[in-house]
Design a protein around this ligand. Structure first.
Ligand SMILES: Cc1ncc(COP(=O)(O)O)c(C=O)c1O
Length: 507
């Protein structure tokens, strides 16, 4: 096949042409190329954006039956990311993950999964009726970080459940930890089932040799990537890639249509085409620059007393193969602060905003959009955090927010964080059965040992602590309350303050 010309951006170019074409619009969207948009919004964002907010005009192709500009843009994306075929997603990786499950597992069929999956996987399980076979991920108590599942864990789950229809892994995790994906791919293929990968945080891996291997290169059959999280696409714009014969393309296409809007935004789609072009042309150079920025940040922050930078486990772990160096996790507990407190100070007082606060640490995404000035500000922010200003106002540290030794700072160092919260889940019902089961609302203290009817999820990172169908453990509730007490946010459930919880009524 002749090499594709990656300097073209067919969807972007066609959209530009159509946005400029004079015509009388009698189609949706109702703002008609910006003419019906609130003037403050138009003045702020500029009229070009609204002129390009167009529907499926004949020239613009159709996302769910691509034959023209979108089909060519998808071919270019597949070539750039190393796939046989690609799909554009306008409802985030969330929609791709749900579709991946719907495409491979039916009602009552088994799927092998790590317990630290993103909440979108639970939606996929509820919609498909698939039965999760959870494998406990490896856990690092020193950092309260959940790693990947191990290849041995996957092999054991498959030996116990040889009728499983698919394996899905998270690669990398939100914190950039990558497991032994090539081994897991081999295990899946020996059994003749596909390896599905939630690669939401890893779309940049294909573009520089210093990153962990990309999921497709390691043999994944299907991978879902949040181009918007790490590369240059707009929020919600993701991609799904497939290769090999283990994924039924027709079923995948139907599933993707089921979980996405029938009016996909061309602004998002064009942003995917543009993000692909940028990476195909300049990805190596951009990633080299990003890696250099990350290396500087890692080195400088590690030198600040009271702070530690996560570089991997102290002892080898079967759940850890590589770390994405552009994912920076900084532990702040030695400053007497929780990650949530440090996040608040950095964001509100020091002009630095992290991606993901946790109890012990903060995680930062360093990507192609960052500059040396951003890194300087990050390092300066951490220096300031470590050396609070000397003033009566800051007597107890940052606004008196320092922890007493008996506070969370002490207990956080015990392995009761994520590890305890999601350890040994007992599934009594499938997520789908629990979702549709009769339920009752109980005060939180009365729910231990009952079957959760709700998904309860600290956000970020969006990893559910309670899953519909699972028995509720004391550890999990304590962890959730600890997160709330420290300023974290809980989503997915009817009472985000966790005063009550819905449980399945026992038959
Ligand atoms: C590991 C993981 N998978 C999937 C998703 C969903 O991605 P999106 O926001 O693109 O829907 C997220 C979002 O944070 C995530 O962290």
């Amino acid at each position: 096949m002749p090499r594709l010309d990656q300097t073209q951006a067919p969807l972007l170019e066609t959209l530009q042409l159509m946005a400029q074409r004079p015509h009388a619009p009698f189609y949706a969207p109702g703002h008609k190329r910006g003419q019906g948009i609130d003037s403050e919004l138009r003045t702020w964002l500029g009229s070009a954006m609204f002129q390009a907010d167009l529907p499926e005009l004949p020239e613009l192709d159709n996302l769910f039956a691509p034959q023209g500009a979108i089909a060519t843009a998808l071919e270019l994306a597949a070539a750039a990311f190393g796939a046989a075929e690609s799909r554009f997603l306008v409802n985030g990786s969330t929609s791709g993950i749900i579709a991946a499950i719907l495409a491979t597992c039916g009602n009552g069929e088994k799927i092998i999964l790590p317990r630290n999956i993103h909440q979108s996987v639970i939606s996929g399980l509820i919609l498909s009726g698939a039965m999760p076979i959870f494998v406990s991920p490896e856990y690092d108590p020193e950092w309260d970080l959940v790693y990947s599942i191990s290849a041995d864990g996957v092999a054991a789950a498959l030996a116990a459940h040889p009728d499983a229809k698919a394996i899905m892994i998270v690669y990398p995790t939100y914190h950039g930890v990558c497991g032994h994906i090539a081994e897991m791919s081999e295990i899946a293929h020996q059994q003749g089932i596909p390896l599905l990968v939630d690669e939401a945080h890893g779309p940049h891996f294909a573009f520089h040799g210093d990153f962990p291997i990309a999921a497709l290169a390691a043999g994944a059959d299907l991978t879902v990537q949040s181009i918007h999280k790490v590369l240059g696409a707009m929020t919600q714009a993701s991609m799904l890639h497939v290769q090999g014969q283990l994924i039924d393309r027709d079923r995948l296409n139907l599933a993707l249509q089921m979980v996405q809007s029938s009016s996909p935004s061309y602004l998002l789609l064009a942003s995917l085409d543009a993000a692909r072009r940028l990476m195909a042309i300049a990805g190596q150079e951009l990633m080299a620059k990003t890696l250099a920025l990350a290396a500087t940040a890692r080195a400088k922050i590690a030198e600040i007393p009271g702070l530690s930078v996560f570089n991997g486990p102290t002892l080898p772990s079967p759940g850890f193969c590589h770390l994405d160096p552009t994912r920076l996790t900084v532990k702040v507990t030695d400053l007497g602060l929780t990650g949530y407190q440090a996040d608040e100070i950095l964001h509100e007082q020091l002009g630095v905003t992290a991606e993901l606060p946790g109890l012990q640490h903060l995680t930062f995404i360093i990507s192609l959009g960052n500059t040396a000035a951003d890194i300087d500000r990050l390092v300066a922010g951490f220096s300031r955090l470590a050396h609070p200003p000397v003033s009566p106002l800051f007597k107890g540290g940052w606004g008196g927010s320092m922890l007493s030794p008996e506070g969370w700072g002490g207990s956080m160092l015990s392995p009761e964080g994520w590890g305890g919260a999601i350890a040994h889940p007992i599934s009594a019902l499938t997520p789908r059965e629990a979702f549709f089961a009769p339920r009752e609302t109980l005060p939180i203290a009365a729910t231990v040992g009952r079957i959760s009817a709700e998904l309860v999820c600290p956000y970020p990172p969006g990893i559910p602590v309670l899953i519909p169908g699972e028995a509720i453990a004391q550890n999990s509730l304590e962890f959730l309350q600890k997160i709330l007490a420290n300023g974290g946010t809980i989503t997915g459930c009817s009472q985000p303050d966790l005063t009550t919880l819905k449980v399945v009524i026992s038959p």
